[in-house]
Design a protein around this ligand. Structure first.
Ligand SMILES: *[C@@H]1O[C@H](CO)[C@@H](O)[C@H](O)[C@H]1NC(C)=O
Length: 295
């Protein structure tokens, strides 16, 4: 009885044991296979994404400019055609297309016109303003927040730059006639005097208030990348071909940074205004400081 039972046990037990341990082994095998597959897929997707990054734009590849644009989709009538174009990463430069309306451009010109004076540059030794042949335009400053329209523009600049209105200097309005220019320079200061109020200039927003028939480009001669790969290369003046250039277009705004993300000065932000060859150039500049600028 016992032997039979043992035999029965012996016969029935071990095979059952074998089948259950086989199931466990089988399960473990499937699990490890699944892990291997998941790992493989993970590695595959990592390697495929790093592989495809070979085909995506490099920071200095200016031929990808057209693909770098972001269209704004808000239904705001005024902002209908607003879109952002990444121009370069060294310097960090962006164009906000149709940033100002035609009416805003005309308004800024009309309030500045009666007060235009010959432009000066900052003397790097004394920190004082001086006349100069490197800057032959005329211009005037508008007090920050002087009226509702200026306030609205200054608020928009803050929204687009993520820098507060209080960090901005008053808008400067500039007028260049045929032959007038501004030789390449930095917007940041190398003297103590000019950084007492607000500290260093971190960024500049340059708004074009008029179209220019020929010339008058904003040129970055120290920009990294192949300048001649920009889509508008053939429309540039000789001066404009001396660097990475932006053609003035009424309502467009150019934002560039004088400081790098690590808060050091960026020498690739060197920029100039090419001589106007045909037509007139009106522009407006907002310089933005690292601290509050007491207006
Ligand atoms: C720069 O870009 C232009 C236009 O795409 C191309 O013809 C030229 O070969 C490029 N130069 C260099 C040095 O890559």
């Amino acid at each position: 009885m016992a032997g039979k039972a043992r035999q029965h046990y012996g016969r029935g037990g071990p095979p059952r044991k074998t089948s259950s341990s086989t199931a466990v082994l089988y399960g473990l095998l499937m699990l490890s296979l699944l892990i291997v597959i998941l790992l493989y897929l993970g590695i595959f997707s990592i390697s495929s994404s790093s592989g495809s990054s070979k085909d995506s734009p490099k920071a200095h590849d200016l031929s990808f400019i057209a693909h770098n644009s972001v269209h704004s989709g808000d239904g705001d009538e005024e902002n209908k055609d607003q879109w952002v174009e990444v121009i370069s990463w060294e310097p960090r430069a962006f164009v906000f297309h149709n940033f100002l309306s035609k009416e805003e451009c005309e308004y800024l010109i009309s309030i500045a016109k009666p007060h235009m004076e010959k432009s000066t540059v900052v003397d790097s030794e004394t920190g004082k303003s001086k006349d100069s042949r490197v800057r032959t335009s005329s211009g005037t400053f508008l007090v920050r927040g002087r009226d509702k329209i200026v306030q609205r523009i200054e608020k928009r600049i803050a929204d687009f730059t993520f820098l507060p209105v209080e960090h901005g200097e008053g808008l400067q309005i500039l007028h260049y006639e045929a032959g007038q220019k501004y030789e390449p320079h930095y917007d940041y200061f190398l003297d103590e005097f000019n950084t007492q109020n607000g500290g260093q200039r971190i960024a500049t927003v340059l708004m074009y208030l008029s179209d220019v028939e020929e010339g008058g480009e904003t040129v970055f001669p120290a920009a990294k990348g192949n300048f001649s790969s920009v889509p508008w290369w053939n429309e540039l003046s000789e001066c404009g071909k001396g660097g990475l250039s932006v053609k003035p277009k009424m309502g467009d705004a150019l934002l560039f940074w004088s400081m790098k993300p690590d808060a050091t000065l960026d020498p690739s932000s060197l920029h100039g205004g090419c001589p106007v060859i045909k037509g007139n150039k009106w522009s407006s500049t907002k310089w933005i400081r690292i601290h509050e600028y007491k207006a």
